[in-house]
Design a protein around this ligand. Structure first.
Ligand code: PGA
Ligand code: ZN
Length: 420
């Protein structure tokens, strides 16, 4: 049956922060159908593909996406109708050419990504396969380890904490479901501890608790206590990861200033700060420990900590093959965060993953702080066998949707295997 694209539709829907985003639907000649929603960041990297917003203050405080929706219905639909959805690279190329800019500024990466993913889902539906298996038809299935963000700060929370994400990562578990259970238990233990201390139970954009704290150390002390209270050995059964999102901190000339606490570091001091924390706490992964354009800072960080820690480039690489290549050449980082909407198409996303995997770099599939019920990153994590996923706390349905999708995938086939 033909997987030719017959029609493309789009809607302006809402994300988990109540801001508009794009949903696209793609219908094929054989009657198969796929849909996808674009997510949206808050600590957005300057090198990301362009998220097109209307800027009309009379609607959604300027955040409407009606232009992006119109571009899907108009020029993007025109570019892809008649193409075989099964050849998703060709579909993506057609949209990239229709846009014609370096960063998808003209038609909007939000609309382009939604069509790209919806079209791939339609092709998978046509083949009678779930997206993950359609993308990766090999036998073995590798479920990712959750890097679960249970305490939120930075741009994701209205508290006084400068580090954006404090994550727990299970070790040595036999299945995705088992790792998820442990993390959820620690999350509840943390909630109970914060409750006892009268520290409130408000959560940030990714569902992690968002208390006011005296220091980054206090956050990790509380998490270690929660791990213990849940019955696990910190540092052995559960380890820690941080996302500093330090692009939000960078000021001029290699000087960092934390926006909430007002602490000031030069590059060496910042590296020493991370080194100190990694010496005192069971941290295995540090994301955006330096800012997106601070290649010097990144190289220094990698020289000093690259053997000990997974150093994940999020704003630094923005899921962009060229920036990843530069990082590899210059020795900046040793792992990449993968957010499909940073680059704007499925095929470009998979290219970045492929290069990282070929060079044995770490790969972490990731949600955005603004999300929807679309759990496509669960499929992409398994399809790429990337081994790690960030999908937030076990709280807020847009986060839980990703975990539930992974449970579904884990139990959909008896040949499952868990990432080490
Ligand atoms: P964002 O945050 O979606 O707000 O960019 C997620 C992250 O920094 O990893
Ligand atoms: Zn990040």
């Amino acid at each position: 049956m033909s997987t030719s694209i017959k029609s493309v539709m789009a809607l302006e829907i809402l994300d988990s922060r109540g801001n508009p985003t794009v949903r696209a639907g793609v219908e094929l000649e054989d009657g198969s159908w796929g849909w996808a929603n674009a997510p949206s960041g808050a600590s957005t990297g300057v090198h990301e593909a362009h998220e097109l917003r209307d800027g009309d203050p009379a609607r959604y405080r300027g955040k409407g996406v009606l232009q992006a929706v119109e571009h899907v219905r108009g020029p993007l639909a025109k570019a892809v109708i008649g193409l075989p959805a099964r050849d998703f690279q060709q579909v993506d190329r057609a949209m990239i050419e229709a846009d014609g800019t370096e960063n998808k500024k003209r038609l909007g990466a939000n609309g382009i990504l939604a069509v790209s993913l919806a079209s791939a889902r339609a092709a998978a539906a046509s083949a009678g396969a779930p997206l993950w298996r359609w993308l990766w038809p090999q036998k073995k299935k590798l479920l990712p380890v959750p890097m679960m963000n249970i305490l939120n700060g930075g741009a994701h929370a209205k508290n006084n904490v400068d580090i954006q994400e404090f994550m727990i990562i299970p070790r040595g578990v036999g299945s995705f479901g088992e790792g998820l259970r442990r993390c959820a238990e620690v999350y509840h233990a943390l909630g109970a501890i914060l409750g006892e201390k009268g520290m409130g139970s408000g959560v940030g954009d990714e569902g992690g608790f968002a208390p006011n704290l005296s220091s980054d150390e206090e956050a990790m002390d509380l998490i270690l206590r929660a791990i213990g209270r849940a019955g696990y050995r910190p540092g052995e059964e559960i380890v820690l990861g941080l996302d500093a999102a330090a692009s939000e901190w960078m000021k001029e000339g290699g000087i960092y200033r934390t926006p909430k606490g007002g602490r000031v570091f030069d590059r060496e001091e910042l590296c020493s700060y991370w080194e100190g924390l990694a010496g005192r706490y069971p941290i295995v992964s540090l994301e955006d420990g330096a800012a997106e354009d601070d290649w010097e800072g990144w190289k220094l960080l990698t020289r000093r900590l690259g053997k000990k820690l997974q150093l994940v480039g999020d704003d630094l690489f923005v899921t962009n093959l060229r920036r990843l290549e530069r990082g590899m050449e210059e020795g900046a980082g040793n792992a990449i965060l993968i957010k499909p909407n940073q680059i704007g198409t499925l095929s470009e996303t998979l290219e970045a993953v492929k290069l990282a995997q070929e060079r044995s770099w770490g790969v972490v599939m990731s949600h955005r702080s603004g999300e929807t019920e679309d759990a496509v990153i669960g499929d992409l994590a398994v399809a790429t066998g990337c081994g790690q996923i960030k999908a937030g706390a076990p709280c807020r349905s847009e986060r839980v949707a990703k975990y539930n999708r992974l449970i579904e995938i884990e139990f959909s086939d008896p040949t499952r295997r868990f990432a080490p």
